[in-house]
Design a protein around this ligand. Structure first.
Ligand SMILES: *[C@@H]1O[C@H](CO)[C@@H](O)[C@H](O)[C@H]1NC(C)=O
Ligand SMILES: *[C@@H]1O[C@H](CO)[C@@H](O)[C@H](O)[C@H]1NC(C)=O
Ligand SMILES: *[C@@H]1O[C@H](CO)[C@@H](O)[C@H](O)[C@H]1NC(C)=O
Ligand SMILES: *[C@@H]1O[C@H](CO)[C@@H](O)[C@H](O)[C@H]1NC(C)=O
Ligand SMILES: *[C@@H]1O[C@H](CO)[C@@H](O)[C@H](O)[C@H]1NC(C)=O
Ligand SMILES: *[C@@H]1O[C@H](CO)[C@@H](O)[C@H](O)[C@H]1NC(C)=O
Ligand SMILES: *[C@@H]1O[C@H](CO)[C@@H](O)[C@H](O)[C@H]1NC(C)=O
Ligand SMILES: *[C@@H]1O[C@H](CO)[C@@H](O)[C@H](O)[C@H]1NC(C)=O
Ligand SMILES: *[C@@H]1O[C@H](CO)[C@@H](O)[C@H](O)[C@H]1NC(C)=O
Length: 348
């Protein structure tokens, strides 16, 4: 039986040297990916291949237009890249596959004899699927710390997907990604792609986790200890998402505290001693979180003066004293005649 079959088939193969073979016959791929349609062909040995072409979307004989055509003179590189040659390999690479690229493909070649043309029938069928990523329980909106969200990646080609966070692959191959007790570190852009491509091909789902103000702190310019008359600025800063834009300032008075401002910065122009005290601030978008307490000290006396300034003031003071002394002595001398000078003055 097998022998009979072999005798029937063998002559057909031998007598038909014209042949095109596609592998595989069906290609399911995701939008944006790159695929290769593997292909081989045969022709009589006394011929030379002069023209190779690939067609798309036509069932029967090809008269163009072709998506790829190379008669050795014209070659325009496009999204269709011929990986084959003129000696039996006709593989075609398709870059950045779009839905419009779905359908049947076929290879055609022409040799150096006018009747030596051949088109390989029943070419590969390409199916193009979207890669759709979605999020539960909400598609959009605010996600607060501690919540749980589920991301799902669907496509019609493969169940083996790889997840990406900010273009870096995550070690998760299933079509769902569960983010439970979500934290700030989970914020980012999520996407997925077929595992064998290892490239994100879906849209992006942006997750931005909102959190209460944290690490609220006060900074002070120029220093927490200043002399009277200095301009002092206190700045309240806080980490939060969304960023805090409402601040409250308090000054502690004994056991109570009173509100003294509602901007990020608190300015004391020409600070006075009664502005000394303990301050704290609050960023209040999502609940309140007190800052640490800042102790501001506005000093009255000028102890922090540099030595040179002190000497200069001392010198001026001394000179003034001496001039006054001389004037008094001079005046005494003129006003009280006869008597001898210094002793009399001292006695008075
Ligand atoms: C075609 O090319 C082959 C190989 O170069 C050559 O042997 C043959 O004579 C050519 N045939 C014609 C019709 O030009
Ligand atoms: C076709 O290209 C090959 C290699 O690029 C070259 O050897 C050959 O001469 C070319 N033939 C024609 C007809 O231009
Ligand atoms: C044809 O060329 C492609 C791309 O270079 C290659 O992957 C494939 O193995 C080749 N096929 C054969 C039968 O040589
Ligand atoms: C999967 O195929 C079905 C039927 O062809 C189609 O309606 C659906 O949109 C496809 N899904 C994707 C993700 O491409
Ligand atoms: C959620 O995470 C926080 C810290 O990130 C942790 O303190 C808390 O115990 C976690 N809650 C649950 C239910 O796992
Ligand atoms: C996420 O995507 C948005 C919009 O495409 C972009 O503005 C943002 O910078 C991305 N974030 C990261 C961390 O890549
Ligand atoms: C708060 O500060 C700590 C230590 O400086 C830091 O590790 C943490 O990331 C900060 N938190 C936020 C929300 O910025
Ligand atoms: C304090 O600020 C006021 C304006 O706000 C400015 O006129 C003054 O010169 C500043 N004083 C000092 C000591 O910088
Ligand atoms: C912030 O500080 C005020 C005054 O000391 C206090 O009454 C309040 O309870 C504090 N709030 C928090 C959240 O610690």
């Amino acid at each position: 039986m097998d022998m009979i079959m072999a005798f029937v088939i063998l002559p057909v193969v031998v007598c038909t040297p014209w042949h095109v073979e596609y592998q595989p016959k069906h290609v399911c791929t995701v939008r944006g990916s790159t695929i290769v349609l593997l292909c081989t062909y045969k022709y009589p040995v006394d011929r030379k291949v002069e023209k190779v072409m690939w067609g798309h979307g036509r069932k029967q004989s090809f008269d163009g237009p072709f998506i790829y055509e190379n008669d050795n003179k014209t070659y325009k590189p496009t999204k269709f890249e011929y990986l084959g040659n003129r000696e039996g390999n006709c593989s075609l690479k398709i870059h950045r596959v779009e839905p419009a690229d779905a359908g049947e493909y076929a290879f055609r070649f022409e040799t150096n004899k006018t009747d030596g043309l051949w088109t390989g029938q029943n070419g590969p069928q390409v199916t193009v699927s979207d890669m759709i990523v979605s999020m539960m329980p909400r598609e959009h909106g605010v996600i607060k710390e501690g919540e749980t969200v589920k991301l799902t990646c669907v496509n019609n080609c493969t169940s083996e997907v790889v997840w990406f966070k900010n273009t870096g692959p995550l070690q998760k191959w299933s079509s769902t990604l569960l983010l439970s007790n979500i934290s700030i570190q989970d914020s980012g852009n999520y996407s997925c792609g077929p595992k064998d491509h290892n490239k994100p091909l879906s849209d992006i789902i942006q997750i931005s986790v909102e959190y209460e103000p944290k690490n609220t702190s006060i900074s002070v310019r120029p220093t927490p200890e200043v002399t009277r008359g200095t301009n002092v600025t206190l700045t309240c800063s806080s980490n939060a998402n969304p960023t805090v834009d409402i601040f409250l300032w308090f000054k502690i008075d004994g056991d109570s505290h009173r509100e003294i401002g509602s901007q990020a910065e608190l300015h004391f122009k020409d600070a006075d001693t009664d502005q000394s005290g303990k301050y704290f601030c609050v960023g209040n978008k999502h609940g309140r979180r007190n800052s640490t307490i800042l102790t501001l000290k506005v000093k009255d006396i000028d102890v922090g003066m540099p030595a040179i300034k002190f000497i200069a003031v001392f010198a001026v003071f001394s000179v003034t004293l001496m001039i006054t002394w001389c004037l008094i002595v001079y005046w005494k001398k003129n006003a009280a005649p006869k008597t001898s000078t210094a002793e009399n003055f001292m006695a008075e």
